[in-house]
Design a binder for this molecule. Structure first.
Ligand SMILES: NC(=O)c1ccc[n+]([C@@H]2O[C@H](COP(=O)([O-])OP(=O)(O)OC[C@H]3O[C@@H](n4cnc5c(N)ncnc54)[C@H](O)[C@@H]3O)[C@@H](O)[C@H]2O)c1
Length: 391
C-alpha cells in the first residue's frame, strides 16, 4: 500500500464541495488534512461541514512541511499566483481548469514544476470517468477503425450564467474557456495531440442583469474574448475535427462529440459528465449504447449533497497522488493542461488574425486507465481505485 499523500484544498467555493466530499470518502491515497481560503470563514464552514481537521491560512499551507500536495480551487484568473507560490514552496499542485488564463503563464509554471521536480496536475479529470474511458476503450480496440474526422458542439447562454457565477465575467469566463475546455480535453485524451488550428470567432453580447439573481446595482458586463468559436482542428493522427462553441444562445444545451471512423461511428456523450452514455453506430444496425468498461461513473451512495451532479471530480488528484508515490507520470498532467489551453488560445488567435496557428506544446497523449474496475458498489468506491494504482 502506498503512503497517503497529505493534502490541502485552497479555495473553498462551489466546486470545493464535491472535491472535499470525494477526496475524504472515495480515495484511500489522499489524506485531506486542511482547507484554506482567502476569506477564512468560508474555509471554516467547509471544515465544519465535511469534518476537516485544520483550517489554515494560505501562508500556513505554503510553510507547512507536512502538506505535500495543494489543490487549487480558486477562480481561474487567480490560479497563476497560487500555483507559482505553492510550487516555489515545494508543493505538488493540482489545479482546476483552466491551468491559468494565458499560455505564457502556464508555460512558466510547467518549467518551474520541471525545474523543481514537482508534479503539477490539471483538470478536467472527467476524462478519467467511465464515459470517456469507455470511448477510449472502443477506439483502442478498433471498434470504429481509423478515425478520419469528428465534430464537437456545445452551446449555452454564458452571459446569463455569469449572473450566478460572477467569476465568468472576467478572463477565462467565456464559453470556450469555461466549458469548451471539457470538449478539447476529451478530444485530446481520445485522439492525442493537435497540430494545427484555424478558427472564426465572435464576442459575447453586452449583458444587462436580467434574471433571478439580478442585483439592481450591478453594471452591465461583456465577457472578455470570443464567446462563439467555430474551428477546424488537425490532429497529429490526421483526424480533422470541427469544433463549434456558442455561448450566445439560450440555455438549451445541445452537447455533442461524434467521431467518424472507417468501420463505425462513436458518439461520446457529454464530456462535462462522468457517466454520459457512449454509443456505437454501424452501417445498417440500430445505434447501440456500450456498457461502461470502467468505474468512476459519477454515482455514489454517500449522504447526498446538492453538488453530486459534479460526479467523481477529484479522481485526477488521486491518480496524481499514486503517480507521486510511484514516481511515474500522471495522466492529467501539466503537459495535458497546457495543451488544452494552447488549443483554446490558438482558436482565439486564429479568429483574431485569420491565420492558421501551429501548436508547439508537447503533449504526447494520455494513457488509458486499466479496464474492468468499477465504482458502483461500496459507496461509489468499489474496486475502481485499482485502476488508478496501475501506472
Ligand atoms: N462552479 C462550477 O460549476 C465549476 C465546475 C468545474 C470547475 N470549476 C472551476 O473551479 C474553480 C473554482 O470555481 P468555483 O465555482 O468553486 O468558484 P467560487 O467563486 O465559488 O470559489 C472560489 C473560492 O476561491 C476563493 N479565492 C479567490 N481568490 C483566492 C485567492 N487568491 N486565495 C485563496 N482563495 C481565493 C474565493 O474566496 C472562493 O471561496 C475555477 O477554476 C472554475 O473554473 C468550477
Amino acid at each position: 500500500m502506498e503512503r497517503k499523500v497529505p493534502t490541502a484544498v485552497v479555495g473553498c467555493g462551489m466546486i470545493s464541495n464535491i472535491y472535499i466530499k470525494n477526496l475524504k470518502n472515495l480515495f484511500s491515497i489522499i489524506d485531506l488534512a486542511a482547507v484554506a481560503n482567502r476569506n477564512r470563514t468560508a474555509a471554516e464552514q467547509k471544515a465544519a461541514e465535511y469534518g476537516i481537521e485544520r483550517v489554515m491560512t494560505i501562508d500556513e499551507v505554503a510553510a507547512d512541511p507536512g502538506i505535500e500536495l495543494v489543490i487549487c480551487l480558486t477562480p481561474a484568473f487567480a490560479h497563476y499566483d497560487m500555483i507559482r507560490r505553492m510550487l516555489e514552496a515545494g508543493k505538488h499542485v493540482w489545479t482546476e481548469k483552466t491551468m491559468t488564463v494565458t499560455v505564457d503563464q502556464s508555460r512558466e509554471l510547467v518549467a518551474l514544476a520541471d525545474a523543481k521536480g514537482l508534479y503539477l496536475g490539471s483538470a478536467p479529470d472527467t476524462v478519467l470517468g467511465a464515459g470517456t474511458q469507455t470511448a477510449r476503450r472502443a477506439l483502442d480496440t478498433g471498434m470504429i477503425g481509423e478515425i478520419s474526422s469528428g465534430v464537437a458542439v456545445i452551446n449555452r447562454n454564458q452571459s446569463l450564467n455569469a449572473e450566478t457565477f460572477t467569476f465568468l465575467r472576467g478572463n477565462g469566463g467565456s464559453l470556450p474557456y469555461d466549458v469548451g475546455i471539457y470538449y478539447i480535453a476529451t478530444l485530446i485524451s481520445l485522439l492525442g495531440p493537435v497540430e494545427r488550428v484555424h478558427a472564426f470567432g465572435a464576442p459575447a453580447k453586452r449583458h444587462e442583469p436580467e434574471f433571478l439573481f439580478r442585483n439592481a446595482d450591478a453594471e452591465p458586463w461583456i465577457i472578455p474574448g470570443s464567446n462563439v468559436l467555430s474551428a477546424s482542428l488537425k490532429f497529429a493522427s490526421g483526424a480533422l475535427v470541427s469544433v463549434h462553441f456558442d455561448g450566445n444562445t439560450v440555455n438549451a444545451e445541445q452537447h455533442n462529440i461524434t467521431l467518424f471512423g472507417s468501420r463505425g461511428i462513436l458518439k461520446v456523450g457529454d464530456p462535462d459528465k462522468f457517466n454520459s452514455p457512449v454509443s456505437l453506430i454501424y452501417a445498417g444496425q440500430p445505434e447501440c449504447v456500450l456498457p461502461f468498461t470502467h468505474g468512476y461513473d459519477g454515482r455514489n451512495t454517500l449522504a447526498p449533497t446538492p453538488f453530486d451532479f459534479y460526479g467523481h471530480r477529484g479522481v485526477g488528484v488521486a491518480e496524481m497522488a499514486y503517480a507521486i508515490r510511484q514516481g511515474r507520470p500522471n495522466r492529467c498532467s501539466k503537459e495535458y493542461g497546457l495543451h488544452c489551453l494552447e488549443i483554446l488560445e490558438a482558436m482565439e488567435r486564429s479568429a483574431a488574425t485569420g491565420e492558421t496557428v501551429s501548436l508547439t506544446s508537447c503533449f504526447e497523449g494520455m494513457k488509458p486507465l486499466a479496464p474492468g474496475y468499477y465504482s458502483n458498489f461500496g459507496n461509489g468506491r468499489g474496486d475502481a481505485e485499482m485502476s488508478l494504482v496501475h501506472g
